[in-house]
Write a protein that binds this ligand. Structure first.
Ligand code: ZN
Length: 332
């Protein structure tokens, strides 16, 4: 094009099309898109006001949590407490076993304030919940720990909380991951996830760090901006996580969030992709988790989820995975 940003001189932009090596899912990366002028207001003062006003009647703050959140049935404890973390049923669930895990009594936490201990308490409560369900309903084999942080990441409540979900079958994407990992094993004889971790560690450019048994990588073909993949090298399911593995994950997650904070990220999504709780798939599949950043919270903001992502299922990315790895590595 002849760009008005360059005196109408001929200008070229580099667009990289990448495919995920396991799923074949495609994305398009153009880092120039990060500079797009957005015709939306971004007054942080208004966002700070929203935080303060939401605190006054927050369901998850310590003064209200016991009065305003649901309680479990089926002989489970009313709510599951570990330290300051509290788990209870989601009041508006999308499945039978859908709980909310409030991290602590803090209504607002910067991404540099999620300590490994704070994360670990909440995820320990998740494991306790899964264990209680497993004892009563062994057919509920697929366990997920997810996290939407701040409204641009689809959180309806500001107070930091995770979402815990268990179901009899995998989500379509998890099924795809497991099936393709099995096909990779059948064709190549290896485990895709340990092969990926080893190759990325040797290649260095997208390798972020390792916390004990957990590898941290910037995804080669991300589905969202600043996508980070965690690979648990010794478990295929959340049920196979020992206390040490959970602690190692929380140490790394806390570091990724510190790195996100340092590059200005305020909103994100996280999901875990766990094999069934009653099978060891570690010959061909390993437990993994992903994080992506979402737009900054503001009264109005431009979403990063448009027709390409919602309908064509091809993410448009404005950050280079290799540059992200370079920025996050120093927090490990
Ligand atoms: Zn609150």
């Amino acid at each position: 094009m002849r760009s008005p940003l360059n005196g109408f001189r001929q200008t070229t932009q580099r667009i990289e099309v990448r495919k995920d090596p396991l799923t074949g899912r495609q994305c398009r990366i153009n880092i120039e898109r990060a500079k797009r002028p957005k015709q939306t207001r971004t007054k942080m003062a208004e966002f700070d006001e929203l935080i303060d006003s939401s605190k006054a009647k927050c369901f998850f703050c310590p003064k209200n949590i016991e009065k305003t959140t649901p309680m479990f049935t089926e002989g489970l404890p009313n709510r599951i407490w570990v330290g300051k973390a509290c788990l209870f049923p989601n009041l508006f669930p999308f499945g039978k076993y859908h709980a909310v895990g409030v991290f602590s009594g803090n209504h607002r936490l910067g991404l540099n304030q999620f300590t490994p201990k704070l994360l670990e308490d909440c995820f320990k409560a998740c494991l306790r919940y899964f264990g209680l369900i497993r004892a009563k309903h062994p057919e509920i084999r697929y366990w997920h720990i997810n996290w939407n942080h701040m409204p641009p990441g689809a959180a309806s409540i500001i107070h930091p909380h995770a979402q815990i979900f268990a179901d009899s079958g995998p989500t379509p994407y998890l099924r795809e991951l497991i099936e393709r990992s099995k096909a990779y094993h059948d064709n190549n004889g290896g485990n895709y996830w340990s092969d990926l971790a080893r190759a990325e560690k040797a290649n260095k450019s997208r390798f972020i760090g390792k916390t004990g048994s957990v590898y941290w990588l910037a995804s080669f073909a991300p589905q969202g901006n600043r996508e980070v993949t965690a690979i648990f090298s010794d478990a295929s399911s959340i049920s196979g996580l020992k206390e040490r593995g959970l602690r190692e994950f929380c140490t790394g997650l806390s570091s990724v969030l510190k790195g996100y904070h340092a590059v200005g990220v305020q909103s994100f999504n996280m999901a875990t992709f766990s094999g069934p709780c009653n099978e060891d798939l570690s010959d061909f599949y390993l437990l993994n988790a992903k994080l992506i950043s979402r737009p900054d919270p503001a009264p109005f903001y431009t979403s990063d989820n448009g027709f390409m992502e919602k309908f064509h299922q091809e993410a448009v990315i404005e950050t280079m995975p290799e540059a992200l790895a370079g920025k996050l590595r120093r927090y490990f």
